[in-house]
Design a protein around this ligand. Sequence first.
Ligand SMILES: [Zn+2]
Length: 190
Amino acid sequence: MDLKKMEQGFRMMLEGMGEDIHREGLLDTPRRVAKMYEELLSGLEDQSSEDDLLKTQFTEAYDEMILLKDIPFVSLCEHHFLPFIGKAHVAYIPGDRIVGLSKLARVVEFYARRPQVQERMTRQIAELIQKQLNPKGVAVVLESSHTCMTIRGIKKQGATMFTSQLFGLFKKSEKTRSEFMSLIHRRDHE
Ligand SMILES: [Zn+2]
């Protein structure tokens, strides 16, 4: 990532807004903004490791659902460059191999840290798990609040966007799908 160029760009935006870029409070802002975007978009600089994300696999004769729910994520809406913030729920039914749960969270993080649309991010997570692990089924549900909607335009505060991508048994079997849905909607106090 070219941080110097990003700094220059943000300085131009400030000028375009009619701000005084030599004002004390703004002096270091372009550098901070560039660093912030570098962090939020770190998935872009990580491209080469896509195939390695789920490389460490274990042979295991477990053939029921494995679910990691409420994985927090922050991503950037590529249309407005404002964050959308939410939770991912990722499940799979193993073929003959499983992966560490933290690896599933890592996949979510990897696809969140780039300019995104939630629909694509949902599909990318599911496709990578399908491709790398070849399980009997994959289910990914993302729920999030889009600040490009909650702080501007029609200002629908509290509106939540849900997206899902299902493969294999989760798509074919009504029973598997409803087990997944009831697990992700179960709250701790119930
Ligand atoms: Zn947006």
